[in-house]
Design a protein around this ligand. Structure first.
Ligand SMILES: [Zn+2]
Ligand SMILES: [Zn+2]
Length: 191
């Protein structure tokens, strides 16, 4: 997102703070990557950027709430997003001006690959930090690996697919010894 690019050269020596709460920062890539995720409480980021030798120090916090599919039963898993981050953003090699040019060629449709490569992009020889990319990447890192609707979600019945949190489907759990299961499938031939 071009409008959230800030020039690193224009930062005051003691840094600058930014508050970002445009939901499109997160919603646009979610749609682009067809993520099964919706924002249930607006996401917001507070970011401070401090210029430093060879790049800048990016510190911030991300807050909000999203709904993901539960890993066990696929029902809504409401997930609070609360993360703090601190990262050093290194200036990309200036001898590689193509990196910047590619990133903003074809203004309309952003190329997700180009956006994620570096958060600092050169625009007319000016290093620009992409705050939207920071917000998006920190959001991705803040997502749980194993979202659950509740910690003791019982999941789905392996036999009939019923959601075991709602009702007992009555299937008899197949708790046999796997070695016996093999034997059950054997046809015995008398010799
Ligand atoms: Zn669940
Ligand atoms: Zn069942």
């Amino acid at each position: 997102m071009q409008k959230y690019r800030i020039s690193i050269n224009d930062l005051p020596p003691d840094g600058k703070e930014f508050d970002l709460d445009d939901q499109a920062i997160w919603q646009t890539p979610m749609r682009e990557f067809e993520m099964d995720c919706r924002i249930s409480s607006p996401l917001s980021a507070h970011i401070s950027v401090l210029p430093a030798e060879g790049g800048c120090l990016v510190r911030g916090e991300l807050r909000g709430q999203v709904v993901l599919p539960c890993n066990r039963c696929a029902e809504d898993a409401v997930t609070d997003i609360r993360s703090s981050f601190e990262e050093f953003e290194e200036l990309p090699d200036e001898e590689d001006p193509d990196a910047g040019l590619n990133a903003h060629a074809g203004n309309g449709a952003p190329d997700p690959a180009a956006e994620t490569e570096s958060r600092i992009i050169y625009e007319r020889n000016t290093p620009m930090l992409d705050l939207a990319a920071v917000c998006w990447e920190e959001f991705m890192l803040a997502l749980p690996v194993n979202p659950l609707c509740k910690t003791d979600c019982k999941g789905l019945c392996a036999q009939c697919g019923a959601n075991l949190n709602n009702d007992d489907c009555g299937c008899i759990p197949d708790e046999g010894d796997p070695r016996l299961a093999v034997l059950r499938g054997l046809t015995l031939h008398k010799t």
